[in-house]
Unconditional design. Sequence first.
Length: 328
Amino acid sequence: MSKEKRLGRGLEALLGKVAAAQPVPPAGQEMEKRPFTVVSGMDEPQGTADQYIQEMMSGSPVRSISIGSIDTNPYQPRQDFDPDRLRELSSSLQQHGMIQPIVVREKSGRYELIVGERRWRAAKMAGWTEVPAYLMIVDDQEMAELALTENMVRSDLNPIEKAYAFRNYLDLYGGTHEELAKRLDLDRSTITNLMRLLDLPEELQTAVRGGSLSHSHARTLLPLDEAAQLDCAARILEENWSVRQTEDFVKKYLAGEADKNDPPIPGSSTKTSENDPQIRDLEQRFRNSLGMKVKLTANQKGKGKLVIQFSDAREFDRVFQLICPKKS
């Protein structure tokens, strides 16, 4: 079983602590306990903290709770909820009911979600007034760790949401990247690389959040200054650069061998003196006329660069006089 689908050692240890507490005694009408299954892939995926809690709470009563008395999880990493998927889940709830109860804790006379926010939102969308729920006793740190672990296995949680969740946890409870990685059974580099994305300009974070710029592309841009990051990102999107092309450009730019607007990138869709007969011919005509080394590059939109190399001040002066002749 892949690491993304299994329960980590950190999660098992965390939930082992939580499981030691007795479930909150039932109050009011109990709902019939139904088997744990997933309907048509619309509910939450298996192999997560949610399923672990469901199995751990097996035999405990399910309580019917007013949907208006439930507040969102303050430690919820997810900020973006796809409205189309919520509508699909809402339709599934209306058709099949809520197979997996949500999990909540009591807080200040109300309830806070631990896991199951998508189901709770979908139930509100369906017009429900009550939802089935398990009650658990957890403190704030345990709740934050449960929310982190539950969401880390989800492919649709974007990298920026994960990065902010890590940063918020470390701001609240302290510790190092290494310590947090051990608690969540992740590689330390996973946490560090995701949190580095928060150093990017807001425009690029938004692009990563929306999926137009990949996590790998964005991470490659980190060594550049902000202006170069923005310009390079625009070219990545416009010219459909691969991660390898982006890495090659960044290396050349940092070595002073390329300008942020300098074509070409190896493998990109540009015309160059090496692969286009017309460009090569023009380049040779410049050389014959000037008697100097010349490099001509151009992309398919006609944008490019003419580089004239000079070996000494006399050659420079000759080119200067040709381009900028003295007024008679």
